[in-house]
Design a protein around this ligand. Structure first.
Ligand code: CA
Length: 715
């Protein structure tokens, strides 16, 4: 009761504060309808929050710096942090959500786009919204059925649902207010990103470039769900207008950057806007990051050899109309899955003439270079690689990469870094405006790129045109495992975007580590997928505190203050692209651990529940069989169809079943029921009869059982 009264008071105070400010025409227009009395977030509140007592949008504020002005938790007392409360998200799939905190309520999402409203002080559950997703659509999700969070605005909570819907919920009750389908659901689109809200419009993109879609970002009216504008990132295949905001951009710069033939004309071309969308309040523009091409392979996608705008680009459009303003392409002619969807941070840095302040956009995309560009014009200021890379000799004066011949030529495998999981992926980067340092969750995950010789003759749901079986031996020995493992690295890098150089770095045990939170308490917080959540001295990288959260700590942490007490929070879970696809990267068998929200405060004394270890029978369920040719065929088709979810070398990290020990792989009849007939489609394991012949299915089983009897299992 006390909490409810407090919430009401806080909301009323904020409403009064907002009405008290000089109303512009936009506020006057919205005054026609009754204002929200709960979670009354508007543009002004997001602008002035400065990520202080509340956490009002995905990146904290519109600039998305993930920097909090709170100082109560600082270098002196961070060592006393303990768990204040935890909440069980009851999922064994990936969790990537950044909690939003408004009026003492935390809004957080879990796998399958489920939304939770919790009392931010106690963790008490207030409501849960289950969007009822058909689980068989998991096959469309390249990188697990994850969700990175909600937006809260004008009394509503907005969530992008994995199946392509955008929903508005009543912030107080969780009741569905409206729901719109934002994609063609017959195509392999997904939504994993957090919506952003500005000036009565909710912005949402989508994913699916690994499977063949045409990307775009859309703005919907927050009241009605009516579409306001849409910006496509790839031209209409006939290069004719779509009747959308992007038409003008393609006439001006886009169409000439594509040829007239190639897979892009039938498969959409990719360019999905699956993560970063920021609002530049100074220029009243929306700036978003665009993903890779579809298929990945450039020659198959567009044999003309052109740059393919707006793939792998940062694009700015007018916030009201979606009209094109500028673009900067990080990777022209992308052929390596080098998305530019990674965190975009806006800041004012002394990079103008004679050290004058200049408004910039910063990004550390998958391609391994840290870019600083002018936020008003898109002009390149400078960039430098933040990890070792071997695909470009460097950048020219305009920031265009000088690509090496070895990286371009995909007729022979090129062991390249970064690989398709990127030097930086979705894990949110942070920036301290006090120290002028950006904090990058960086990694080294190399991969051999070579064109898939079966791309034309043998279809696959995973449509990249790149041979995932290249360089993978049918015999997976402990020595090979050790060698592969040694190539996987992760580190937290403090990057000076003014001097264009690294300030400090902390080496981690593995890749795919957490997003970063920066605070005015002189701290940066970052988790690791293996479960450690730690605080570092923001100026030096010295580790000051760590806690085992007993699950993967990969998402973006947040902080907030209630009743004079500061909290730090993170969502945890075991899954997302790396845990699905890199089981061999774990020295010990990792069990699937259940996702949680874990919230800390100074002096917190709660114990996290122990990890539920599942005892599994690690014995092959049948003898190995098959000729060398059959096993090699099985390896090829496993790699093309099964690997990204069940892991290379048939090594699962515990999110999805390890096929080596499965009852299904031990029995041909059961195997066919699943692979051919789709008996487990309710779990997302749909029929593969459209892409695999009966013989190929049996060859995959031969390969799986061969791996079950491999040497590597005894070590
Ligand atoms: Ca991709």
């Amino acid at each position: 009761m006390i909490r409810s009264a407090l919430l009401a008071t806080t909301a009323m105070f904020l409403l009064t504060a907002c009405t008290g400010s000089a109303p512009d025409t936009k506020e006057a227009a919205s005054a026609e309808k009754p204002a929200a009395t709960f979670a009354a977030v508007d543009d002004n509140r997001i602008k002035t929050a400065s990520a202080g007592e509340e956490w009002l949008s995905y990146g904290g504020t519109y600039d998305e710096q993930r920097h909090s002005t709170l100082t109560q938790i600082n270098k002196e007392n961070v060592g006393e942090l303990g768990v204040a409360w935890s909440y069980d998200l009851a999922t064994n799939r990936g969790v990537e959500s950044t909690p939003i905190v408004v009026d003492g309520v935390m809004y957080v999402t879990s796998a399958w786009s489920i939304v939770y409203a919790l009392d931010a002080k106690t963790g008490e559950e207030l409501w849960v919204h289950e969007p009822d997703v058909d689980r068989s659509m998991a096959i469309k999700a390249c990188c697990d059925v994850v969700n990175r969070g909600v937006a809260v605005y004008d009394g509503k909570v907005f969530v992008g649902v994995i199946d392509g819907r955008l929903q508005a919920l009543d912030a107080k009750t969780g009741k569905l207010e409206w729901s719109v389908v934002t994609v063609d659901q017959d195509k392999p689109y997904t939504i994993t990103g957090a919506p952003r809200v500005v000036d009565g419009k909710v912005l949402i993109g989508n994913g699916g470039a690994e499977l063949g879609v045409r990307g775009y970002v859309s703005a919907y009216d927050t009241d009605t769900g009516k579409k306001v504008w849409r910006f496509y990132t790839v031209p209409n295949p006939n290069k004719q207008p779509d009747g959308e905001a992007s038409d003008d951009a393609f006439v001006k710069v886009g169409n000439v950057s594509w040829g007239d033939t190639g897979k892009w004309t039938t498969e959409g071309g990719g360019g999905t806007v699956w993560d970063s969308i920021v609002y530049d309040e100074v220029n009243d523009r929306v700036i978003f990051g665009v993903g890779n091409g579809s298929p990945w392979n450039w020659e198959r996608r567009d044999p003309s050899g052109k740059d393919n705008l707006f793939l792998s680009s940062i694009v700015a459009v007018d916030a009201d109309t979606g009209e094109y303003a500028w673009h900067f392409q990080t990777t022209p002619g992308d052929t390596w899955d080098y998305t530019a969807t990674q965190t975009i941070i806006l800041a004012d840095l002394p990079l103008g003439e004679n050290g004058a302040s200049r408004r910039v956009a910063m990004q550390a995309p998958k391609n391994g270079f840290f870019y600083v560009i002018d936020a008003g014009t898109g002009e390149f200021i400078h960039a430098k690689n933040f990890v070792p890379q071997n695909w470009a000799e460097g950048l020219d004066e305009s920031g265009r990469p000088i690509v090496t011949a070895e990286a371009r030529d995909q007729s022979v495998p090129h062991f390249q870094t970064p690989g398709p999981l990127g030097a930086h992926n979705w894990h949110p980067m942070a920036f301290s405006p006090e120290l002028n340092l950006a904090y990058i969750p960086a990694q080294e995950l190399p991969q051999a790129y070579v064109v898939d010789p079966l791309a034309e003759s043998s279809p696959t749901k995973w449509n990249t045109g790149v041979d995932f079986a290249a360089g993978i031996p049918t015999e997976f020995t402990p020595e090979i495992r050790k060698m592969v493992r040694s190539t996987l690295k992760g580190r937290l890098i403090a990057w000076d975007p003014i001097k264009n150089e690294e300030r400090w770095a902390v080496e981690h045990n593995n890749a795919w580590n957490g997003g970063v939170l920066s605070t005015a308490g002189g701290l940066v917080f970052q988790g690791q997928l293996e479960g450690e959540f730690a605080a570092y001295d923001a100026a030096t990288g010295e580790k000051l505190w760590a806690s085992d959260v007993r699950s993967g700590a990969a998402s973006g942490p947040g902080t907030f203050m209630i009743d004079g007490e500061q909290y730090v929070t993170i969502t945890t879970g075991w899954g997302s692209a790396y845990a699905l696809s890199a089981g061999y990267a774990y020295d010990q068998k990792v069990e699937s651990t259940v996702g949680k929200v874990v919230t800390f405060k100074v002096g917190g004394e709660k114990e996290l529940p122990p990890v539920q270890m599942v005892q599994r029978d690690l014995t092959p369920k049948a003898a190995s069989f098959g000729t060398a040719e059959q096993i090699q065929s099985g390896l090829v088709h496993y790699s093309r169809n099964c690997m990204v979810c069940h892991g290379p070398f048939v090594q699962s990290s515990g999110v999805l079943p390890d096929l080596r020990w499965s009852e299904y792989s031990g029995d041909k009849e059961l195997w066919d029921e699943v692979l051919h007939d789709g008996a487990l489609q309710e779990n997302g394991m749909v029929s593969f009869a459209d892409v695999l012949s009966d013989e190929e299915m049996e060859n995959v089983r031969a390969y799986v059982l061969n791996q079950a009897h491999s040497d590597v299992n005894t070590n």
